[in-house]
Write a protein that binds this ligand. Sequence first.
Ligand code: TNX
Length: 612
Amino acid sequence: MPSVPTAAPEPLDPSRAGADERSAGHPDLPRHEPDAAELARVAALAAADALAAPREVGDLPAPPTGDRSTSGIGATDLPVPAARPRLGDVVPAPERVTPVAGADFVLTPDAVIRVSPGEAARSHDAARRVARQLADLLRPPTGYPLPVTDAARPEQAAGITLALVDSDDLGAEGYRLDVASDGVRIEAATPAGLFFGAQTVRQLLPAAIESPTPVAGRWTLPGGSIVDRPRFPYRGAMLDVARHFFGVPDVLRVIDHLARYKLNHLHLHLTDDQGWRIAVDSWPRLAEVGGASEVGGGPGGHYSRDDYRRIVAYAAERHVTVVPEIDLPGHTHAALTAYGELAPDRVAPPPYAGTEVGFSYVDPGSERTYEFVADVLGEITELTPGPWLHIGGDEAFKVRPDAYAAFVERVQRVVAATGRTVMGWHQIAPMAHAEGRVLQWWGTDGEDPVTADAVRRGARLVLSPGNHAYLDMKYAPDTPIGHDWAGLIDVRRAYDWDPGTHVAGVPTQAVLGVEAPLWTESVTSRAEIEFMLFPRLPAIAELGWSPRATHDWAGFRDRLAGHGPRWATAGIAFHRSPEIPWPAGPPAPAAPKAAIPAQAGPEEAPAPTPSA
Ligand code: TNX
């Protein structure tokens, strides 16, 4: 697809994006939803083995080359062996790693998690919260009580200390980790830094630390120190909940995945042609009517205001900012089904369950449209503490360019009136600058003078290059779900690019960060989300966090390999990319998939509306 389309791009072919593209029974796709007992059993097996047989990565057997299609998650599966992590095995790669031989720390049953007294009571509470979160992660697999205590109290037991310190060097998200034989200490200038340090601690423990049930064994952390800070402040992923709806638990699980890899933004694509997913009190039919559909004809769904608040709060506890997107003026068919008055012909169309793009729009010439926009963005602002409001702006192919420009500039002013900063897909680049505005670049060709010009006029970029960061692209030709319009994206392709220099004429300082979008035309379940996220999400996370100097495909590939057993133990469905030297073991526990119901072909799609 051209980065700034002047004409309609090739439409996604529904038969390729949907049911017909899915090869049922593909060995790479999880085939059944494991129940809790199954997951726990696999986890315990994997965990026990990981603890019992620490080995160096180089000692691991080669990944299986045979046909795995007959191996489900069953009693005959062998547990996943796993190497004991070394200090430098962290993903994303830390800024500075200094191993110290003989300084390993062993977490013992009497260990405590200590919070060192901070300056202000408020920050002390925040540090205590991170300590409790760390304890919550470590208690199930270890079975240890791991009490959270204040360091002021005399405590003999060794353990993990969290300390908020004054430090300009560590910045808003950095941390310092010291592992010595008599204890572990995480220091940061902010609770976010402590939280990210805690994620590193988690990765330095054996893979069994991901087990939901207690595992007997030796919980060793490799000795030495890490000093770590992110390269970019914005590191995100997007979940399209509009093409297929995903309930709150699925979204919370995605937030957990982001947090593991120090990603700090969750972009929710809340509205599109196939569904409107967020309750708006002043326009109730948006969710009630516009939410009751999805690709393939399923029931759809939407988040109540409380559901959305729950997502936002859960994310905030994990230092993840939610970025809500209301896609305008195109991608609005679902809104039109609810309120025909917004349509250019004032007629509410029937719901749309196909996967075409670019045919719908709200009437940019009607004042009612701007009342709708102000009401919706006003309510979203009320529910969203983060600074961003994403207004979409992509693929409004049926809106005349002058009408499109006037619409976008007016909506940018509406966003400014809410006190939030506008984000939009890079199609809004040619429009007037608005204070702080951020363009999300999804091009596939880094020569983009229109975007570079917008950056000269003050815009910043979040990079989501379609041919590197789009998690809905297939890994390989036989990937059972996904698209390929931007090419195939294997792990190396997801990893091997530089956000700092990717778009010609855009200096690194203008790059706010990176985001990996997951569009869900062909993605219908939690397991399928995970299958597309893993292992590519950690690749994008590393580009967002790690200094460029650490960039090294071979090193990344080897570090990533050790995460396979972690994901398997945590019940995460992942793609066993042949590029990665996974330790041998059973396939990722995951889900089956009934093929999604046949979806409307082009002839059943609603008639495209005329030009504005
Ligand atoms: C393009 S990327 C779109 C989405 C589709 C996606 C499928 C962007 C801003 N628009 O509407 O879901 O391609 O890959």
